[in-house]
Ligand binder design. Structure first.
Ligand code: GDP
Length: 433
């Protein structure tokens, strides 16, 4: 969804404003299964439009130097992600050099920017805000985050300037696929098989040879890019720490992928390192499955396969599937591609709000939410505000009623209901003010 960067000089009240705008006192309860973010992202909804506020407030340096490079860098990082900026200034302090510097950056950004003049206790009195006209970013909007004044007007303006909600990114249906795993498990052999499959069209784009880093394919009309194929064949020559190298390469690939297939050698079964690689992929937000390759020479019985599956279920909370394939014989290769597409679709799933709200009422019926000191957790409203990976927000009455057990219960029910084995989900619990 669209993102709004809340920027400004330290102590102008960015975080208070974010809290006001989202009406959230505390966001994010249980640690996220995936995706490390260095910024605080808070879901917000206004007039039926959903967007994410990027709160750069936590990054303020207690540094006296207003030009501290880090403020600028953090602003730029947030801007790179955002569709819209809100420059927060302190109307009581008046325009300061730091404001002008950020305004400069924002003017060159070519995306819409709103100036919010904060700490205006009487928003009808616009004189305090006028000083900020000279930032060259249009009419400043007077607000008071502390008192909750003017925030409705600000949100109206934000929503007005957001990019069209339904305008889907052209790249949205491309599935970026990473094949990762230890050396010699057969990753490059599989990629070769993909390219020779009848159902696959290898894109004619210049440079998409076997040596290319990214390999664009079309599988049954769907666009799939196998990322980072170049490193696949270098590994066997590595003499240093093979494990270190594998991890490093996997990390790089999964950062760029939506779907990760962790290729394993069926001879060895799923090893501890295979499990670590799968865990890494899911933490990076990839829809993940484990794939036992060399099935042609594996002396595995059905019961051995069950054993491997049970091992994976016990070790990995997100319960990724375990598939089998043979790059050599070609057996199951097309099925593997189909599974990759299914995983790609699931991680981009968008579940409509009415369905989610039915879902939470069923969850509550199935297991009563926890209570503390006579007051029970209530789940008020659920919506999804991001995909790849799916991220949900549940409005609740009280943040400290949420137990880890219950949060996991909700997550597991959601996973079961929508067939999301191996798909990282994020659920934020937001306390309604
Ligand atoms: P990578 O390092 O993961 O890219 O592995 P390679 O694709 O280079 O394969 C390593 C070795 O395993 C090569 O000798 C392949 O011929 C062999 N190999 C790959 N897939 C299979 C398979 O499905 N069955 C058998 N029997 N051998 C395979």
């Amino acid at each position: 969804g669209p993102k709004v960067a809340i920027l400004g000089y330290p102590n102008v009240g960015k975080s208070s404003l974010v809290n006001r705008l989202s009406e959230t006192r505390v966001a994010v309860v249980h640690e996220r299964p995936g995706v490390t973010r260095d910024r605080h992202e808070v879901p917000c909804e206004w007039n039926g439009r959903r967007f994410t506020l990027i709160d750069t407030g936590g990054m303020d340096f207690l540094d006296d130097d207003p030009m501290a490079g880090s403020i600028r860098e953090q602003a730029q990082a947030a801007m790179a992600d955002a569709d819209l900026g809100v420059l927060v200034v302190d109307a009581q302090a008046g325009a300061r050099p730091g404001d002008a510097e950020l305004a400069d950056l924002l003017r060159r950004w070519h995306k819409p920017v709103i100036v919010a003049a904060n700490k205006v206790d009487d928003v009808k009195d616009t004189s305090l805000a006028l000083d900020f006209h000279r930032l060259g970013l249009g009419d400043p909007l007077p607000v008071s985050a502390a008192q909750g004044l003017g925030t409705g007007d600000l949100l109206d303006r934000v929503v007005e300037l957001l990019p069209e909600g339904d305008a889907v990114d052209e790249d949205d249906d491309i599935i970026r696929l990473a094949l990762i795993g230890r050396p010699n498990v057969g990753k490059s052999s599989l990629v070769n098989r993909f390219m020779n499959s009848e159902r696959v069209i290898v894109s004619e784009v210049a440079g998409t040879t076997r040596d290319a880093i990214d390999l664009p394919l079309e599988v049954d009309g769907r666009r799939v890019i196998v990322v980072d194929t170049a490193g696949m064949r270098r590994q066997s020559k590595v003499t240093e720490s093979v494990e270190y190298y594998t991890t490093l390469r996997s990390q790089r690939a999964v950062e760029r992928a939506d779907v990760a297939l962790v290729i394993c050698d069926a001879h060895d079964g799923v090893t501890a390192q295979d499990l670590r690689i799968a865990d890494l992929a899911m933490r990076e937000g990839c829809a993940t499955a484990l794939v036992l390759n060399k099935w042609d020479i594996a002396a595995m019985e059905e019961s051995d396969l069950d054993h491997e599956r049970a091992k994976v279920r016990n070790k990995l909370r997100l319960r990724p599937k375990v598939l089998t394939v043979s790059a050599k014989s070609g057996r199951n290769v097309e099925r593997l591609l189909k599974e990759a597409i299914i995983l790609g679709d699931r991680v981009s799933t968008r579940i409509p709000t009415p369905q989610l709200n039915r879902f939470i009422s069923e969850v509550v019926q199935e297991r009563q939410p926890p209570a503390k000191q006579g007051s029970r957790l209530r789940l008020l409203y659920m919506s999804q505000f991001e995909t790849r990976p799916p991220r949900f927000a549940i409005q609740i009455n009280s943040r400290n009623r949420v137990t880890r057990d219950y949060a996991y219960f909700i997550e597991n029910r959601l996973r079961a209901r929508y067939g999301m084995d191996g798909i990282p989900l994020i659920i934020d619990f937001n306390e309604r003010g």
